[in-house]
Ligand binder design. Structure first.
Ligand code: IFM
Length: 420
């Protein structure tokens, strides 16, 4: 197999998100972080990777020097619309400066409009359970398209909606921490409705821009061939991926999550789909795993820290995810893939093997347009804090200094050669 399997305009880059790198945010997560025990290692996002105060440009320069030709980032709703309907033009100007900088360095820009965080004024009034969030986030999407349009090649509406519904609504790990499994379906349904409305809002301003949705799709395989393991693996897959895929196909929420609720306009709403993929879970029925619907994750070599388990590195799973998305008939992007580890050689192996899986997908004829590694620089990793290290650039939190990890060069070779 040669590197020419990758199309000449294939996007190579890294992904980040606003709250995880910017620093100085004030949103639902900042408040959540202040709760005792909410963040496993007791850290806070704080100044993060200091993108807001000027470090973004240097990191993007590094990315360009490594041969990246694309970047994925997100904009922070709480900064841009600190009060309902009141937009902060200076904050828009800061994003415009970052995006222009990326463009001048030859990076095409994929911008996620909402990557998990919410402004207090909506988080405190129902968050994703409130019907008011849909017009509010639609107004925000329109404002972004109006002010940043022309500096963005691809828009994503939401990142990993099922994970938000799971971690924050069914469980207590993320805000709003409802710990109510019955809230999962309504929160997810609202997010998919918001995706449709946000897409329309962007298209009303920028009819030719490509707007998509980013999904997380780990692999859930039964640990054994027993009926119980197979059923539980299926159930977990449905909650995370299956329900959203079927909704995109049929325009409805189906059991076990929904009861056939219609999401008007969902079918055909995405110009492209993003796949975030980290690993595979082997699901085994266990009475002790009540927090995971009685399906324990028992795979070996899993990438774990504290309560967070990214699963077993399993490149084939990336190919399986891309194959599963292909029937939806739109271009696909790997919008996140990476490994938290202190063993950078392991990260490099992970990276190469997963890029090889993308190559295999292209060889099969799947329409994959890009690969974004998670992440460019060490990031605040939500409920796990700063302990997990995902960056190609190692970050010294005290000084803000960056040091490229050797895996950055491995990825640079892939980008420069346009292939593995
Ligand atoms: O850091 C996160 C990101 O915000 C969403 N997808 C998974 C990443 C690694 O856990």
């Amino acid at each position: 197999m040669t590197s020419s399997t990758f199309p000449p305009d294939f996007c190579w880059g890294c992904a980040t998100s606003s709250h995880q790198v910017e620093g100085g945010n004030d949103n639902d997560w900042t408040r959540w972080e202040a709760r005792p025990g909410a963040i496993a290692d007791g850290t806070r996002s704080g100044q993060a990777a200091r993108w807001w105060s000027g470090a973004a440009e240097g990191d993007l320069d590094m990315a360009a020097s490594w041969g990246h030709n694309a970047t994925r980032m997100s904009v922070e709703w709480s900064r841009l619309e600190p009060q309902p309907g009141r937009f902060d033009e200076a904050a828009f100007e800061r994003y415009a400066a970052i995006l222009r900088h990326a463009g001048e360095r030859g990076l095409s820009r994929l911008v996620t409009l909402n990557h998990f965080t919410l402004p207090h004024w909506i988080a405190d009034h129902g968050a994703w359970l409130s019907p008011n969030i849909i017009p509010a986030i639609t107004r925000f999407a329109r404002a972004c398209a109006t002010r940043l349009g022309g500096m963005v090649e691809r828009w994503a509406t939401l990142n990993e909606p099922s994970l938000v519904a799971l971690m924050g609504y069914a469980e207590y790990r993320w805000p709003p921490g409802l710990r109510d499994p019955r809230a999962f379906g309504p929160a997810l349904t609202n997010m998919l409705r918001a995706h449709v409305a946000m897409t329309r809002a962007v298209k009303a301003v920028r009819p030719d821009d490509a707007v998509g949705l980013v999904l997380n799709m780990p692999v859930f395989d039964p640990a054994r061939e027993s009926l119980a393991d197979r059923g539980l693996a299926w159930l977990q897959d449905q909650a995370v991926s299956g329900v959203v895929l079927r909704a995109l196909e049929t325009g409805r929420m189906w059991p076990p999550i929904g009861l056939g609720q219609r999401i008007e306009g969902l079918v055909g709403s995405a110009d492209w789909l993003g796949l975030n993929y980290y690993g595979r879970y082997a699901v085994r029925a266990s009475i002790r795993a009540y927090g995971q619907a009685f399906g324990a994750h028992v795979q070996s070599d899993s990438v774990r820290i504290g309560d967070t388990d990214w699963g077993q590195p399993y490149p084939e799973g990336l190919l399986r995810g891309l194959r599963r998305l292909a029937p939806l008939g739109v271009p696909l992007l790997v919008t996140e893939n990476g490994m938290q580890t202190d063993d950078d050689a392991r990260r490099a192996r992970y990276l190469r093997s997963h890029v090889a899986a993308v190559r295999d997908a292209l060889t099969e004829g799947l329409d994959v347009r890009g690969y974004f590694h998670w992440s460019l620089v060490d990031n605040f990793e939500w409920a796990e804090g700063w302990r997990p290290r995902f960056g190609l650039l190692a970050l010294d939190l005290e000084t803000g200094e960056r040091t490229p990890r050797p895996s950055a060069e491995v990825f640079a070779r892939i980008c420069r050669n346009n292939g593995v």
